[in-house]
Design a protein around this ligand. Structure first.
Ligand SMILES: Cc1cc2nc3c(=O)[nH]c(=O)nc-3n(C[C@H](O)[C@H](O)[C@H](O)COP(=O)(O)OP(=O)(O)OC[C@H]3O[C@@H](n4cnc5c(N)ncnc54)[C@H](O)[C@@H]3O)c2cc1C
Length: 399
């Protein structure tokens, strides 16, 4: 049974583990719990109307090609049944009572729990302009369907706001579909704080070579929907006219429930290396959670790697087994026709000494801090990447 599951609330419904959220982290937790021979009951509250699904394909071409949900879902309904997990689709948790160990739901129920896991993920930063049907986020399947609908209706000119991975992947997919793309980024370079200068500059060249117009160091000053178009004025005075705008400037952790129960939060819910929050019986995994770093800092890593690694750690904790230490974070990004692999957590404030090995068909970037390898980035250099991976120091345990 769940490690702390001693308290049983006097409610009609009860599960040893109640998972709030139905994304990558929740799905992996269910699979990992059963893999660890956890025998208790599990219930998952999925805010969306879909079983947990894979988000990365949403920015990598799905919006153009379209994709059936059954190809994105991690498990189908029979799979969850096999894993002994009850799922409520389209039901959100509206409150947690950590004393009574109950969760209240949007359909008016009260569910007792032994332990509660927050896997509520994150939501797209909302666009600051008045509601318009021509401005899109790209976080959910519904978002991707809406964008794909606009493309199918004939939209040709796109403005992507945000030069992070999401914005760049979206720009790349749109450009690869023959659409006209402009991208605006507020900071003076792409992927600020998320990649080495080499990778940022290399990607800029590649995107521009594919016809994307990139405006760096500039923000959207004004946006107006007029005559079936979106008229955008950038802070540097440039006017961009687009049919549709994709707003991709980041995601905010869904922290409301954690804050309401007084769990310590920064940009995410702070958890220790066993995914425990500061509230007894309450755990957090995935995009909503932040690791406490060695010196009390915060590392919130939004990635598939992090969601699955934390779910695996927590599954062992809840199955009363010694958790395996999570390895250094790894990431990937598919854009401009290539797959980039990255490893290591390098906070935006840290300046690294980067050693670049570049050949015609690929490159490897080794990022050093005080003589220690703290990050690697590669394109078409899988062998070298794999060889260097064990050497990468996890800065979350040092800084
Ligand atoms: C378009 C896109 C592309 C990406 N590409 C990559 C990539 O290439 N590589 C990579 O490593 N990562 C990528 N990511 C990031 C990766 O998908 C996320 O890190 C991962 O999905 C996090 O999983 P999660 O379960 O923590 O959160 P989520 O997947 O956000 O799932 C959380 C779920 O919980 C639900 N929820 C929230 N509040 C409640 C509530 N109160 N009650 C019930 N349900 C609730 C939400 O509606 C959501 O369905 C991408 C993300 C996006 C959006």
């Amino acid at each position: 049974m769940a490690g702390e599951g001693a308290v049983r609330a006097d409610t009609a419904e009860h599960a040893d583990i109640v998972i709030i959220g139905g994304g990558q982290a929740a799905a992996e937790l269910v699979k990992s719990l059963r893999r660890e021979a956890y025998a208790g009951s599990i219930r998952m509250l999925c805010g969306e109307d879909y079983l947990p699904y894979d988000r990365p394909p949403l920015s990598k071409g799905v919006m153009k090609a379209g994709i059936a949900m059954d190809r994105l879902a991690f498990l189908n309904a029979a799979g969850y049944e096999k894993h002994g997990t009850e799922i409520d689709l389209g039901v959100t948790a509206t409150g947690i009572d950590p004393e009574a160990r109950t969760v209240t739901t949007s359909d008016g129920r009260v569910i007792g729990y032994g332990v509660c896991v927050l896997a509520t993920g994150a939501r797209a930063v909302p666009a600051p302009w008045a509601e318009t049907t021509r401005v899109h986020s790209i976080r959910t399947y519904e978002d991707a369907l809406r964008l794909s609908g606009a493309i199918n209706d004939g939209a040709q000119r796109f403005l992507v706001v945000g030069g992070g991975y999401l914005g760049l992947e979206t720009a790349s997919s749109l450009a690869a579909s023959g659409l006209e793309v402009s991208l605006v980024e507020a900071t003076p370079q792409l992927l600020t704080g998320r990649a080495s200068n080499f990778v940022a500059n290399w990607l800029k060249e590649q995107h521009e070579a594919r016809g994307t117009r990139i405006y760096l160091g500039s923000m959207v000053a004004e946006l107006e929907e007029r005559d079936d178009e979106v008229h955008v004025r950038l802070a540097n005075g440039t006017e961009v006219v687009a049919d549709q705008v994709v707003f991709a400037v980041g995601a905010l952790a869904n922290l409301d429930l954690a804050k309401e129960v007084g769990a310590e939060c920064g940009r995410g819910v702070l958890v220790d290396n066993q995914c425990r929050t500061t509230v007894p019986g309450l755990y957090a995994i995935g995009d909503v959670a932040s690791y406490r770093t060695a010196n009390g800092g915060e590392a919130r890593v939004e990635s598939v790697f992090n969601a699955t690694a934390q779910a695996k750690v927590l599954a062992r904790v809840l199955a009363d087994k010694e958790p395996k230490e999570a390895s250094v974070p790894t990431f990937w990004s598919d854009q401009v026709g290539v797959s980039i692999r990255l490893a290591g957590w390098v906070p935006p404030t840290v300046e690294t000494n980067d050693v670049v090995t570049r050949e015609d068909d690929g490159w490897l970037v080794e990022r050093y801090l005080g003589g220690r390898l703290v990050g690697i980035e590669s394109m078409n250099r899988l062998m070298e990447y794999m060889r260097a991976l064990p050497e990468v120091v996890d800065l979350r345990k040092k800084l």
